[in-house]
Design a protein around this ligand. Sequence first.
Ligand SMILES: [Zn+2]
Length: 405
Amino acid sequence: MDDTAPARLVSSDVREHNRALVLHHLDRHGPAARSEIAAATGLVRGAVTSIAAELLEEGLVRHAQAAAQRSGAGRPVQPLELDGSGLAVVAVQLLLDEHRWLVTDLAGRVLAQGSELARTPIGEPEAVADALARRVSQLTGALRRRGVRPVRVQVVAPGPVLADAGTVYRAVDLGWQREVDLRGLVAARLPARSRLPVTVLNDANCATWAEFRELRAAPGLERVRDVVYVKADTGIGGGAVVAGRLLVGARGTAFEPGHVVVQPAGPPCECGRRGCLVTVAGPRAVLVAAGLAAAAERDGEPAALAELARRYRDGAGTAVGAVRGALGWLRQGLDVTVVALDPAVVVLDGYLAQLLPELTEGGFPAPAGPVDVVVRRAALGGTAAVRGAVALAREEALDASGSLQ
Ligand SMILES: [Zn+2]
């Protein structure tokens, strides 16, 4: 069975579910013959043939461009591949001083991508929604002019999100002290005739999904379904994938590694508690411990972190002490997560991961034996969140392909 199959299923959705099995198989594995799809999905051959005919008709799949395969002396086998070139998903990420976007068709081919400086007015959700809706309208307008129909819009926000409701709450960086119905605000500003479904997701969760997909593309890791992703960047963020699904939680904050308390009487945290991991192992704390607080003030945090890396590699005492201290706290903070979620792989990204080859030595200790640690060199860089958002929107569209027509 293909383990990307959607898990939700009620009896009236059987057809939709089976269509999704076929579409997801083609999405993950590329062109395949009907018999291969049947073997991989557990559907009977006749069902695959009938679904394939329907999907061909709707333009969601097509006959693969590659030459037909010949099986024995029989008729040539014409593999199928995902098409969906007439339909698109749009992801727009809201940052404090920038919008980033990525638009793909349903097969994941990039139709538009970019970023533009856009200072976010702090404490003004309506103005933020105006700007987001303008951006979405620009992108969807360009699609329509090319004869491509947008089917989903995914907004990525820098704060906790109630995913079902699209409500952002306590987005400290945006100055939103109250709950904000960001989905409602953006949707209300889009033309009524477009009736585009809008969803809102948290940036760290989207980035986690992109990293999970990237990880599974690596040889030998195709079947990994449980991953913890931690990025020490401007703070310490991350997310988790459990049984192949993004772990979101009741209030969108499942697995916030930066806010695991490691020092109950430690420094106060912006979340209102004390001694969270970010307060002792976040970049600011590490720079203070390394005697680089003034440099950070003067030259900015990225430059000060680069200086920290240089001093650490040169073996300077205070830098080595500060980084090793952060490593100790990081291990302690992650221990709870590793015991709770039993991941197959821990992916570490951001400045700490780059500094600490020791992190990967012997894996991460866990009750059932060490967990592999993969240190990423930030392969996706700043685009991880918007890529994850597009992937999630595309997968949702494939799950509900019957409603796209
Ligand atoms: Zn905290």
